[in-house]
Design a protein around this ligand. Structure first.
Ligand code: PNS
Length: 158
């Protein structure tokens, strides 16, 4: 069984994330989407809401499961027998940051990191930008799954 993890905050999931998850699901037997529980960072959606959204938008991929974790990602990988992390790279500055994280994670545990180039259609996309645009009334349809679009409109514009 070839397993990988797609980790992140997913506050909320964007179409860029979904593209990486879908492409990983075509390459590997099992993909675990792991949502970080970060008590220090304020979020728009609770971890359980994010999990519900992720489960809904990945329901057509039978080999994708969604879990939450706290602490070190490599500990989650070890506990779940997952040998590799998949990370999407949008731009070169992502690579700078992700390379250090990948090397540290490997040094800590031997868990590998695989980089997947983001679909160019989404290379400008981030959860924070999506929230900012939606907060000020901009149109984020096409950038996030329809379900997320509706929830953002409800939550940010009352
Ligand atoms: O979507 P994000 O916020 O960019 O995801 C970042 C995430 C969750 C992948 C990263 O912060 C992470 O792995 N956090 C867990 C703590 C950890 O393992 N840190 C790495 C030490 S080298």
């Amino acid at each position: 069984m070839r397993r990988v993890v797609c980790p992140g905050s997913f506050d909320p999931i964007t179409n860029g994330h979904l593209d990486i998850i879908a492409r990983s699901a075509r390459l590997y037997d099992e993909v675990t989407v792991a949502v970080l529980i970060n008590l220090e960072k304020s979020s728009l959606f609770t971890v359980d809401e994010r999990i519900e959204i992720l489960q809904a938008v990945t329901k057509d991929f039978p080999n994708v499961k969604v879990r939450k974790f706290h602490g070190l990602l490599v500990d989650f990988c070890k506990q779940n027998d997952i040998p590799a992390i998949v990370k999407g790279i949008r731009v070169v500055s992502d690579f700078d940051y992700e390379l250090q994280m990948a090397q540290l994670n490997y040094r800590l545990s031997g868990v590998e990191t695989l980089f997947m180039p983001t679909n160019p259609e989404y290379s400008f996309l981030s959860s924070s930008r999506v929230k900012e645009i939606a907060r000020y009334g901009g149109d984020v349809s096409g950038l996030v799954p329809d379900m997320v679009h509706k929830l953002l409109v409800e939550r940010l514009r009352g």
